[in-house]
Design a protein around this ligand. Structure first.
Ligand SMILES: CC(C)(COP(=O)(O)OP(=O)(O)OC[C@H]1O[C@@H](n2cnc3c(N)ncnc32)[C@H](O)[C@@H]1OP(=O)(O)O)[C@@H](O)C(=O)NCCC(=O)NCCS
Length: 170
């Protein structure tokens, strides 16, 4: 697999992957609408929107996005959604996307990445409970699942994390 920036021609395939990865019975996953609303938002950072591609078929099989967030007004990144096509899960695609987007964010001089997710999965990428960094989640009851990964430019900054605006409409 190759990891590269998302291009305009990938958008429909990405939408289909996110819909399939987050599929719930009798519901369109909210993650599909969220991505559609994030694309035109100021918080959209094209350098941090990556796809995993199978080179043989030029087929998109995974997607990850980081958008502009903040900690009490200081710039930070929010990660998600992350999605791998169901028939390609558990083969390292999610891992490759995570390492690539964290490396890109680090190279851009971003201080930290925050996300809401399963600690058992994200711990392997250096995420720890946000409270260890004095960062509060946007919703108090997310505490157990809200995590932060400091990058090279990280300097301690406590406060409350805020995602790009479209996340507030979920
Ligand atoms: C979560 C997801 C992105 C992982 O991608 P992937 O390509 O399957 O992951 P990898 O192959 O790199 O890693 C697989 C490992 O992650 C672990 N893993 C996957 N999902 C996990 C979860 N929710 N909790 C804990 N561990 C998890 C598994 O233990 C697996 O290891 P194993 O095969 O040795 O048991 C993918 O399963 C997916 O798209 N899921 C649906 C959407 C979703 O939940 N996205 C994340 C929330 S934002």
């Amino acid at each position: 697999m190759l990891i590269r920036r998302e291009q305009p021609g990938d958008v429909d395939a990405v939408r289909a992957i996110v819909a399939a990865a987050f599929a719930r019975p009798a519901e369109t996953p909210v993650e599909v609408g969220l991505l559609d609303e994030l694309r035109p938002d100021n918080g959209w950072l094209p350098a941090l929107v990556l796809v995993a591609v199978e080179p043989s078929a030029e087929e998109v099989i995974g997607h990850v996005v980081c958008t502009r967030g903040s900690v009490d007004g200081s710039p930070a990144l929010g990660l998600g959604p992350l999605a791998v096509r169901p028939d390609r899960q558990r083969r390292g695609v999610g891992t490759a996307l995570m390492h690539a987007v964290l490396g890109a964010a680090d190279a851009l001089g971003e201080p930290l990445v925050a996300l809401l997710g399963e600690p058992a999965y994200y711990g392997r990428f250096g995420f720890r409970a946000s409270l260890e960094y004095d960062i509060l989640p946007p919703e108090r009851n997310w505490q157990e699942y809200f995590q932060v990964r400091p990058l090279s430019a990280y300097r301690p900054l406590g406060g409350t994390f805020a995602y790009a605006e479209p996340f507030n409409r979920l």
